[in-house]
Ligand binder design. Structure first.
Ligand code: SAH
Ligand code: SF4
Length: 440
């Protein structure tokens, strides 16, 4: 979602005459868009701030000799939201601190800094959603593919998570706004649309017919847009996975057979302490129903090890769940105590136990990912190519199952969909040969 937000900030600023440059050194305005989800992400922000400070003092020297203007520095995103005061204290050289729900006001914030010469802070949750003030989207996220935020914020309050505090209460964009944005993205060359939300399957936006639309209904409407070839959505909560959405995997060929469905833990006691509202067996049953609807469905997940109170037995239950679910892809994290969340106040699992569990978990997850990838050998898959590879003439794209696929074709345009026969399987990507003809 930060990628989407960064693009939208660029859209807001384009109307002011700004354009994106390749390096911070060349910028009049530097925006650091930040993530607060784990402590590590926050540490990165402060180290990057140190680097930018050096860059800025260099360009102030330049100003003295008339070579360059001192760039404005803005901190955006969830660290700005949660730690605005701390940033102002540790990085008094920052000009603008703007939260994720207020970035449509960047032009006013820039004007106020330029007028008053003092830093500006805006971490409001305005009653008028920012989407109502954002200009028309100007570009796809990558060639052929675009993100669209449809839902933001979260009301679930998992006990480890900062999202409800940083992104605010759950909000769904009206379906007609989403449809308008997708039509525009198709005009700009998008063939794949990824619907985004912190809890995207809780989507309940007002439809053009005045009824409340579910995510499944929104997907059906998007599938009717002729230029849209692929639809994805992320991230989903297991307890918000309704029948209609499960059925969409059976009924909508444009809905890609990959689902990111974070489970966090395989132990019921831990799931309850996390306030996840489902058991490990509920999750297994859900996976079974999804695989009945779409037998080739590839499943992704997120897992946390070392949640407060997690015992060896609890962790073993997570390993069992991993064996049962055979995830094609997964992100796994050591629990990170986040300020203001209930789990941060509980006695913590020692760091070395977290390390050990993470290593064991990642070994199991890697094995499943590799088995899933190995099964692709010799198969033909549709690939949407969106970037150049490291070697000359190489292009890289995504299979329907989200795997990176590398092929060689100096002639094929980025943003094209083409069929590839998989000829080799590496640890992180597949390689293949382009088959004649571009697939639908
Ligand atoms: N809305 C999604 C996840 C959003 S955060 C869901 O409900 O699952 C993305 C991932 O970051 C989470 O799935 C979780 O695995 C991880 N995460 C969030 N808070 C964390 C914390 N305090 N410590 C470690 N991992 C965390
Ligand atoms: Fe955070 Fe996801 Fe839980 Fe919401 S559902 S509180 S975003 S982990």
């Amino acid at each position: 979602m930060n990628v989407y937000d960064s693009n939208r900030m660029a859209d807001v600023l384009a109307a002011q005459g700004f354009q994106v440059v390749a390096a911070a050194e060349a910028a009049d305005l530097i925006i650091l868009n930040t993530c607060h989800i784990r402590e590590k992400a926050v540490e990165k922000v402060f180290s990057e701030l140190g680097r930018l400070r050096r860059l800025r003092s260099r360009s102030s020297d330049g100003e003295a000799s008339g070579e360059a203007r001192r760039p404005l520095l803005a901190i955006a995103g969830c660290v700005a939201q949660a730690e605005g005061a701390e940033i102002a204290r540790r990085a008094p050289f920052a000009d603008i601190i703007v939260g994720p729900q207020a970035y449509h006001r960047l032009p006013e914030l820039i004007a106020s800094v330029e007028r008053d010469g003092t830093p500006a802070l805006d971490t409001d949750f305005p009653a008028e959603p920012k989407f109502d003030s954002l200009p028309e989207v100007q570009a796809t996220t990558s060639p052929g593919s675009a993100f669209v935020t449809v839902q933001e914020g979260c009301d679930r309050f998992c006990t480890f998570c900062v999202v409800p505090y940083t992104r605010g209460a759950e909000y769904s964009r009206p379906a007609s706004d989403v449809l308008t944005e997708v039509h525009r993205l198709v005009e700009l060359g998008a063939r794949e649309i990824t619907l985004l939300g912190q809890n995207v399957n809780a989507y309940h936006g007002v439809g053009p017919d005045g009824e409340v639309w579910s995510l499944a209904r929104l997907i059906a409407a998007l599938a009717d847009i002729p230029g849209v070839a692929r639809i994805r959505f992320t991230t989903s909560h297991p307890a918000d996975m309704d029948e209609g959405l499960i059925a969409a995997f059976r009924e909508q060929p444009k809905l890609m057979p990959f689902l990111h469905l974070p489970v966090q833990s395989g132990a019921d006691a831990v799931l309850a302490a996390m306030n996840r509202n489902h058991t490990a067996d509920d999750y297994r049953r859900l996976v079974d129903r999804l695989r009945q609807a779409r037998p080739d469905l590839a499943l992704g997940t997120d897992l946390i090890v070392g949640f407060p109170g997690e015992t060896d037995r609890d962790f073993a239950a997570t390993l069992t769940l991993v064996e049962d679910c055979r995830f094609a892809q997964a992100y796994s994290f050591k629990f990170s105590a986040r300020p203001g969340t209930p789990a941060a106040r509980e006695p913590q699992v020692p760091e070395e136990v977290k390390e050990e569990r993470l290593a064991a978990l990642q070994t199991a997850l890697d094995r499943h990912r590799q088995a899933f990838n190995a099964a692709m050998l010799g198969r033909r898959v549709a690939v949407l190519f969106d970037r150049h590879g490291r070697r000359h003439g190489q292009i890289v794209g995504r299979s329907p199952y989200m795997q990176a696929v590398v092929a060689s074709s100096p002639a094929l345009r980025l943003g094209s969909l083409a069929t590839v026969e998989i000829t080799a399987v590496g640890p992180n990507s597949l390689a293949g040969t382009l088959i004649e003809g571009v697939s639908a």
